[in-house]
Design a protein. Structure first.
Length: 168
């Protein structure tokens, strides 16, 4: 995955619309399906938990199918990019202990993956207004910069790909 420049205002606006639409569809779909099932298959003891659960599950499946179908629509570009960025950062984070160890030994790929993680995290946290841990991120970045300087490595995140993580 390559990092892209994202318009924060557009991203927030589209994300809010997607979240709002999902909530609306989940609420109305779940209740509608559950009420239809309760009407068609009444329960004499008055417990309709299984029909309510079925309504929620069917609506979640429908939402997933709709999101998958419209993921390439221009409206979804920023939202899908951030979802994919979060997944890519999660992959790096799971390997971070091994990456840090290898980076200490001068492994260029480990340092490159860490650089991608730090740069991507900075972008993600800025887009989501999560600036609480930015100070820690700056410390981690400085440590990585020192390692790169020590091992005479230039880190260009344009060279990063998911294949780098397979070695760790």
């Amino acid at each position: 995955m390559q990092l892209q420049k994202i318009d924060k205002a557009r991203y927030r606006k589209h994300l809010n619309w997607v979240i709002g639409a999902c909530i609306l569809v989940l609420t109305t779909g779940s209740l509608g399906i559950a009420q239809l099932l309760i009407h068609v298959f009444p329960d004499s003891d008055g417990s309709h938990f299984h029909w309510n659960l079925t309504g929620v599950i069917l609506t979640c499946i429908a939402i997933f199918a709709i999101l998958k179908r419209i993921r390439h629509h221009p409206f979804m570009v920023e939202v899908v990019y951030v979802w994919e960025l979060k997944q890519a950062l999660n992959q790096v984070t799971r390997k971070m202990p091994k990456l840090k160890k290898a980076a200490q030994q001068g492994d260029v790929n480990a340092m490159l993956a860490m650089q991608f993680s730090y740069t991507g995290s900075r972008q993600l946290w800025t887009l989501d207004d999560n600036t609480i841990t930015m100070e820690e991120l700056s410390i981690w970045q400085a440590e990585l910069d020192n390692l790169a300087k020590k091992h005479n490595v230039t880190l260009d995140i344009q060279q990063y790909s998911e294949q780098v993580l397979r070695h760790f």
